[in-house]
Design a protein around this ligand. Structure first.
Ligand code: NDP
Ligand code: 5RP
Length: 635
């Protein structure tokens, strides 16, 4: 076994490495002794080394590591600041290496360096080393702000009694899947679930038991033992219900945590709660990260799309873990980025769900129209959706086709499902955010309101009778043109994405989050519920037109110019045949509103000025000049 003591210069690698080698009775080597003379000269004159300079040095070390490993092992002191250097040292085939990162605050190490004598490293290089340092998500992390004896004691203790890299609190649908995903990537995870007499008993124990063939999960239903089982500084991932539960859990954890510990909220929390929680915990010396996770049970297990917000410090600590368990985009990069500070992660997840609401309702409306206005059966609609999906590659369209093919006995299951949709909040919160930020949000709002009206099942039933509405099918199949319906669907789907990303853009400006829309589209190309071929297009659309509404991209303009009349035609046909299509019509209205140089808002302004002297701008005067008319005396 090779023990590599890593860290920036001044962290004490050589001293600690030598002491550890005595303790473990292994030879000690210092990577600095393997530098070619040119590198030593550069460092002595304060010139930072470039990656090309490190190539041969890392190769020499990697060869030696293989040799030392086939002997008894060794302790090596080596900065190994970046993941790519560590990968090189790891060799091929991978050598058994225990990584021990010595680290602390910049000021602590600067003080140590300033008091050093006779060493060729210049303290001025420390800043660049801190910038280069990519904290590994594996191995041991040792804060060196203590005595040498204490450091060695801590290392030995961690080696003899390995603690978990991360603790997962909340073994529900998502928590279980994420734990298995983390374990499959070789992260040691402690698991905790609350104990509630007679109701919630042995959840963690049973989970560990059920998976003991593959993994050894330290399991707990005592919070203190769970917290004690984690490596310090601790990383605790909450996968509990959003809202009050998160505050309750944080309150219970607080007395058990130490300064520098990190709580990650992976649930669908409201971004304003996340901002508040991060601020509160910061005042207590703790880190907090609001992190969106999408992909449902299967995605969480096999690779979700992950949207962490919060500070750079938090992301530096655990970003590597989440990048490892995330889905991969078509180019092989992880569907996980640090999306932005404070509530940005949960805001982006909220918008993901807003777009999800719009897409779901759109597909549901099209199904309903096809079934009850055109008169096509579930199986045939499923085939049509599958054909459309050769182009769309939409996960939601794919599962809708599966749903329509599912039977219970001789009957289609869809016909046995009550048409009263539930919602947990993210769609409505997105609408509230759009209202607060003053941006159009037609399709997503329409989708939320469609769920609201659906929930009034009994009232709707009564009203249907009062209005003599028929629920019988028409058979208009002979005049049905599926490619027209496809154009309407695709056009509204584009509009639905346009308003979602437009709100992200506005929030980024409002909160100073510097969201990268192209990267957000990229991490939504896989793992998440709204993955589709269009998401892949959005990566380059936002690269070509950063911050612009996608509806003004030339390719989108060309496409929608050719489909907008079809959209209005299909929408009106559906309405005339008595089928509610709130998202289709919201899409049509949103589009017409957006592309109209002249709207009805002049009348609104006149009305406001008439009854409330709210003033108006004039078409024959520059913008920003406001006028009032004494309407009654003007007549
Ligand atoms: N399901 C999904 O597809 C997705 C869900 N999410 C979000 O992830 C989070 C978790 O969702 P999911 O796994 O589906 O939910 P579940 O209902 O399956 O699990 C909730 C977990 O929270 C625990 N919990 C509830 N109340 C408390 C409490 N007072 N104290 C401590 N623990 C508590 C539950 O414990 P117990 O078993 O004892 O009740 C359970 O472990 C939510 O915020 C959800 O919105 C995000 C993406 C997708
Ligand atoms: O976050 C999710 C997917 O990414 C949730 O599964 C989904 O949004 C559920 O929300 P609701 O219950 O409001 O439909």
């Amino acid at each position: 076994m090779i023990f590599i003591i890593a860290g920036v210069s001044g962290a004490g690698k050589t001293t600690i490495g030598k002491l550890l080698s005595e303790k473990l009775e292994l030879p000690f080597y210092d990577a600095d002794d393997f530098h070619p003379p040119e590198n030593v000269a550069k460092m002595a004159s304060g010139i930072p080394l470039k990656d090309e300079d490190r190539e041969s040095w890392l190769q020499t070390l990697s060869n030696n590591i293989t040799n030392w490993n086939s002997a008894n092992g060794a302790v090596l002191a080596c900065s190994a600041l970046k993941e790519k250097y560590r990968e090189k040292l790891q060799g091929n085939p991978k050598q058994a290496i225990t990584w021990i990162l010595l680290n602390s605050e910049y000021e602590v190490i600067l003080n140590r360096l300033s008091s050093r004598k006779g060493h060729y490293f210049k303290p001025s290089l420390l800043q660049s080393q801190f910038e280069a340092l990519e904290i590994p998500s594996y191995g041991l992390y040792i804060d060196i702000n203590k005595s040498e004896d204490q450091i060695i004691e801590e290392i030995m203790n961690k080696l003899e009694h390995p603690k978990s890299k991360i603790g997962l609190l909340g073994l529900g649908v998502m928590g279980k899947s994420l734990t298995l995903n983390l374990a499959s990537k070789e992260f040691k995870v402690s698991v905790y679930n609350r104990h509630v007499d007679r109701l919630e008993v042995d959840i963690a124990k049973n989970f560990a038991e059920a998976n003991k063939k593959d993994y050894n999960f330290p399991w707990f239903d005592e919070l203190k033992d769970f917290v004690d089982s984690l490596e310090k500084p601790r990383n605790i991932l909450l996968m509990v219900n959003a809202g009050k539960t998160v505050d309750v859990v944080i309150k219970d954890l607080l007395p058990l945590l130490d300064i520098g510990d990190l709580i990650i909220d992976g649930g669908n929390s409201h971004y304003k709660d996340t901002r508040r929680r991060e601020q509160d915990l910061k005042e207590k010396g703790l880190l907090f990260m609001g992190m969106g996770v999408s992909g449902g049970e299967e995605g969480a297990l096999k690779g979700p799309s992950i949207m962490p917000g919060g500070s750079h410090e938090s992301y530096k600590r655990v970003g590597g873990i989440f990048e490892k368990i995330a889905a991969k985009d078509p180019g092989g990069k992880p569907c996980c980025i640090h999306v932005g500070p404070d509530g940005a992660g949960h805001f982006v997840k909220m918008l993901h769900n807003g777009i999800e609401y719009g897409e779901m309702q759109l597909i549901a409306e099209i199904y309903h129209y096809l079934r009850f206005s055109i008169g096509i059966g579930p199986k045939e609609i499923a085939s049509l959706f599958k054909r459309w999906n050769l182009e769309m590659k939409s996960y939601l369209l794919e599962i809708s086709a599966d749903i329509l093919e599912t039977k219970e006995g001789d009957e289609f299951l869809i016909d046995k499902i009550l048409d009263a949709a539930k919602q947990k909040g993210t769609g409505g919160w997105s609408t509230n955010a759009a209202l607060e930020l003053g941006v159009p949000f037609d399709t997503i709002t329409a989708a939320v309101l469609a769920r609201n009206i659906s929930a009034k099942k009994e009232e709707r039933q009564k009203a249907m009778d009062l209005y003599n509405m028929s629920s019988t099918k028409e058979d208009r199949i002979d005049n049905f043109n599926s490619s027209e319906l496809f154009s309407a669907y695709k056009t509204v789907s584009i509009i639905n994405h346009a308003i979602g990303f437009d709100l992200l853009s506005e929030a980024s400006r409002e909160y100073d989050w510097d969201l990268n829309l192209s990267e957000i589209a990229r991490i939504w190309t896989n793992g998440c519920i709204i993955r589709s071929a269009f998401m892949e297009d959005l990566i380059w659309i936002f690269k070509e037109q950063p911050g612009e509404n996608i509806l003004i991209h030339p390719k989108i303009v060309t496409y929608i110019k050719s489909t907008k009349n079809t959209l209005t035609k299909i929408t009106s046909e559906a309405l005339v045949s008595g089928i509610p299509v709130p998202v289709l019509s919201a899409g049509a209205n949103c589009l017409l509103g957006y592309i109209s140089g002249q709207t009805s808002a002049n009348m609104i302004q006149a009305q406001r000025d008439y009854f409330g002297a709210h003033t108006y701008e004039r078409t024959d005067k520059p913008r920003g000049e406001f006028f009032h008319t004494q309407w009654k005396s003007a007549n």
